[in-house]
Design a binder for this molecule. Structure first.
Ligand SMILES: Nc1ncnc2c1ncn2[C@@H]1O[C@H](COP(=O)(O)OP(=O)(O)O)[C@@H](O)[C@H]1O
Ligand SMILES: [Mg+2]
Length: 181
């Protein structure tokens, strides 16, 4: 089996506007260019269908992450490189996804996109930080809802200190190191 046939899940966890989606798509393009089969399971997109109806309570956030973890493992077990740019704020939810992969012998790589909340809040791609400040929404991850940053992720990307391409290259190097790219 060549490295292009080996499936794996790469989970990008981090705050809203940290750059998870942007970096995942840059990495996806790079991997596709090398001949890998790639799927991006984007948190926002999944919430429009697979997790439609789920809200943002602790239980619903957990459920959302478990569903994405389930699909990710299935795809990865069939040789797909699955990139999951999904906030996944709770350590126990992420741990359950890792265990599911471990039990199946499917490689799992957790990456913390560690952009500080001040930078995320300035970027505010979806206007959520502004809405929270204005009192229009509550329960924003990292502001007035928990974000349990991974203590020992497989990789940590200080995305705000480098370009998107540099972040994608760093993740690519991590996959090469693990025999996955
Ligand atoms: N160095 C960087 N790395 C990643 N994203 C960056 C960077 N600098 C600026 N950005 C911008 O920050 C925003 C991140 O948004 P997005 O990827 O949707 O975040 P998330 O998926 O984590 O909510 C994008 O508009 C992206 O172009
Ligand atoms: Mg995103």
């Amino acid at each position: 089996m060549t490295v292009t046939d080996r499936g794996a899940t790469v989970w990008l966890t981090g705050l809203p506007s940290a750059g998870k989606t942007t970096i995942a798509f840059a990495l996806a393009e790079r991997l596709r260019g090398d001949g890998h089969r790639v799927e991006v399971l984007d948190g926002d997109e999944i919430r429009t269908f697979l997790s439609a109806g789920l809200g943002f309570s602790r239980e619903d956030r957990h459920q959302n992450v478990q569903r994405i973890g389930f699909v990710a493992e299935l795809l990865a077990s069939h040789g797909v490189k699955v990139l999951a740019p999904v906030i996944a704020p709770y350590a126990d939810s992420r741990e359950a996804v890792r265990k599911r992969h471990d039990a199946a012998g499917t490689p799992y790589v957790e990456v913390h996109v560690a952009t500080p909340v001040e930078v995320c809040s300035d970027r505010d791609v979806k206007g959520l930080y502004a809405k929270q400040r204005a009192g229009e929404i509550s329960g924003l991850t990292g502001v007035d809802d928990p974000y349990e940053a991974p203590e020992r992720p497989d990789g940590r990307i200080e995305a705000h200190t480098q370009t998107v391409d540099e972040s994608a290259a760093a993740l690519h190097a991590l996959l090469v190191e693990r025999g996955l790219a």
